[in-house]
Design a protein around this ligand. Structure first.
Ligand code: NAD
Length: 269
């Protein structure tokens, strides 16, 4: 079993971190070699099994990523933009595949991630599920087939703890719509979630974000013209879909050279 790719999970106590620990432990294609939490977190130095209320598994929670990355083939990272930029440099140093699920990354963060990808493969996606990546493809196809009589609105809903808005997935869908229409998203999109007060230009691409309760993630792409509407919809009810996608990416990355990849590459879409 020890020749299975070793995985380190960062942000271990987070919503996605916990799901990832379970997914990797349940897999017969990878082994969990370490988990990382932020310095000062009350999980540090304890055992994953103890923290998660299950049987001890002999994997300690550490705040020393490089030490762990050096003994791993892949790092799966769903944390925060600041943490992820640091992990990208360390994973590159350790020549480990870095799977990034973190959203809300700035242009400056993306430049740093791009620099790290010169040394090791980085797979980054605002959404790691098969269904959403298919939805992105469908959005591009529908937007290409329709003219500017159709306004495009991406409407997303998430739990009330989500930090960024619109979601990384909503932005992926907006980019796909813009690409299908042959325009730049920067020129047409309203990225804010609060300033929707008046009329909008015909043919716009816009975003709306809803936050409430424990919603895992829902995305509608609405194509609306005078007299008709098309709605494409994805509903996530279980975070396991993101964790399974991330593990798939980590395994796929083992056969890749340095560079930046996304889930379309992993899924062959
Ligand atoms: P969360 O707040 O529950 O978990 C984040 C964890 O990261 C926390 O435990 C936090 O302590 C930890 N962390 C922060 N800084 C750290 C550091 N320097 N070192 C180690 N750990 C650190 O958030 P979540 O709901 O699990 O989401 C995490 C990220 O993943 C968000 O950006 C979210 O939007 C994104 N996300 C992406 C997908 C996808 O498919 N790409 C799916 C779900 C969530």
């Amino acid at each position: 079993m020890t020749n299975l790719p070793g995985i380190v999970i960062t942000g271990a106590s987070g919503r996605m971190g916990q799901m990832l620990i379970k997914t990797v432990q349940d897999s017969d294609k990878a082994r969990l070699v370490g988990v990382v939490e932020r310095p000062g977190h009350d999980w540090i130095g304890r055992d994953v099994g103890t923290c998660m209320g299950g049987a001890a598994v002999g994997v300690a929670v550490s705040d020393d990523p490089l030490e762990l990355f050096a003994h791993a083939q892949a790092v799966i990272d769903f944390t925060s933009p600041a943490a992820t930029v640091g992990f990208a440099a360390l994973a590159a140093q350790a020549r480990a595949v870095h799977v990034i699920g973190t959203t809300g990354l700035s242009d400056e963060d993306l430049l740093k991630i791009n620099a790290a990808a010169r040394h090791a493969p980085i797979i980054r996606a605002g959404n790691m599920s098969l269904g959403v990546n298919l939805l992105v493809q469908l959005t591009k196809t529908v937007a290409a087939a329709l003219d500017e009589d159709f306004d495009i609105e991406v409407i997303e809903a998430h739990h009330n703890k989500k930090v960024d808005a619109p979601s990384g997935t909503a932005l992926m869908l907006g980019e796909a719509a813009a690409e299908g229409r042959g325009v730049s998203l920067d020129n047409v999109a309203d990225r804010g979630r609060d300033g929707i007060t008046g009329a909008r230009e015909q043919g716009h691409i816009g975003f709306s974000a809803i936050r409430g309760g424990d919603i895992v993630g829902e995305h509608d792409v609405l194509f609306a013209a005078a007299g008709e509407r098309i709605v494409l919809r994805h509903v996530a009810t279980d975070r396991a879909i993101f964790a399974r996608g991330a593990l798939k990416a980590a395994l796929w990355g083992q056969a890749q050279g340095p560079g930046e990849y996304d889930m379309m590459d992993v899924l062959g879409l």
